[in-house]
Design a protein around this ligand. Structure first.
Ligand SMILES: Nc1ncnc2c1ncn2[C@@H]1O[C@H](COP(=O)(O)OP(=O)(O)O)[C@@H](O)[C@H]1O
Ligand SMILES: [Mg+2]
Length: 343
């Protein structure tokens, strides 16, 4: 197919539990929540991404919203495929008959062989002729700008929506890898629970997420705390809509237990790391990516827990897709980092 080269479309896809991003020609052309809205009766896809998110928790009997990825695995393949297809369509480029579609898709590291095949199948269905899969921690490391080939250990922690992945990478391989199901979604649930307990206030997921982003914090004593934040919800006792104000201190209380569990997993991963690599991590520190890395004070809290330097990746929500984009541009050089299928 090489002689149709000028019709090649190359896409790097970060299929995340919370957000799916696509890079084309070095630019992020899609950045949308991983969610699909479906007509319950006909099974027809009504919307994907942001448009589907706006319907989330506001649906009626005929419409349901699905997040196809849950806890770092693909929970609903049909919906995942609809998501990929819908988001590729959003790029808007007219697909010509001879277009040679080449994709690198970043997948959660806990994915099974069966799930891998299903992702390849989904790629086939969107007519990809050359598909590569790369594991998330590797993509994150590339996106951060680490040299993954050198004989030096790097610890990368990706706090996404469904999972926190803690990996040590050296010599182009993933040396240790732990995944726990505590990440952004769990933080959001913690906030919902806290509002119930502390304020008798019932709030939805999206409101909780806004609280997390606007006044979220991992510690109480922030250098530059955000102003208090107005929260609207329903009073649990009276059933009437009401408003309260919350602060970063409350949110840090709400998130404390979940963050402690992530810290425990990090300590465990450090314990499991071969000593020569530990010494590299001691001198280089730990790299944080994923949306959770944006939580205020998380770097400070983790650094006092581990006594290590913590570096938050630049634009952590995009590190993985950036790395996937780098892999896409260098599929030959990085072939040993990826699984490949071409048709
Ligand atoms: N400023 C922020 N503070 C805390 N959490 C955030 C912030 N921005 C985004 N997040 C959270 O990050 C998570 C999404 O991160 P992302 O890396 O895109 O996940 P995934 O790779 O699983 O799709 C969501 O749970 C979102 O609420
Ligand atoms: Mg991710």
């Amino acid at each position: 197919m090489r002689f149709f080269n000028f019709f090649t479309q190359e896409l790097a896809v970060d299929l995340g539990t919370a957000n799916t991003l696509i890079i084309q020609n070095d630019k992020v052309v899609v950045d949308e929540p991983s969610i699909v809205a479906i007509n319950r009766n006909t099974g027809e896809v009504i919307a994907v991404g942001n448009r589907a998110m706006m319907m989330h928790e506001k649906t009626h009997d005929n419409i349901k919203t699905i997040r196809p990825l849950k806890d770092g695995v693909i929970a609903d393949f049909q919906a995942a495929e609809a998501l990929i297809q819908g988001l590729i369509n959003m790029i808007g480029e007219k697909r010509r008959f001879f277009t040679h579609l080449k994709m690198v898709i970043c997948i959660p590291s806990g994915i099974t062989e069966v799930e891998k095949r299903a992702v390849f199948d989904s790629a086939d269905h969107v007519d990809s002729k050359e598909t590569y899969l790369i594991h998330e921690p590797m993509a994150a490391a590339l996106g951060i700008g680490l040299d993954v080939e050198e004989p030096v250990g790097n610890m990368v922690i990706d706090i996404g929506g469904g999972t926190t992945e803690i990996a040590v990478i050296a010599l182009s391989g993933i040396v240790t890898d732990q995944s726990i199901r505590i990440a952004g979604d769990e933080f959001t649930n913690d906030i919902i629970d806290y509002m119930k307990r502390k304020h008798n206030l019932l709030i939805g997921e999206r409101t909780a997420e806004q609280i997390k982003i606007n006044v979220g914090s991992a510690i109480q004593d922030l250098q530059d705390p955000p102003p208090r934040y107005a929260v609207n919800g329903r009073d649990l006792l009276t059933g009437i809509p009401k408003q309260i104000f919350t602060t970063h201190i409350e949110v840090s209380e709400a998130l404390d237990k979940s963050i402690a569990k992530i810290e425990e997993a990090v300590l465990k991963a450090l314990e499991d790391t071969p000593p020569e690599l530990s010494s590299d991590i001691f001198s280089k520190g730990i790299y944080l990516t994923g949306g959770g890395a944006l939580l205020r004070g998380l770097d400070k809290r983790m650094s006092s827990k581990t006594k290590l330097k913590i570096h938050v990746a630049e634009d952590p929500l995009k590190a993985v897709v950036r790395g996937t984009g780098i892999a896409l541009k260098n599929t030959e050089r990085y072939s040993f980092l990826m699984d490949r299928k071409s048709i």
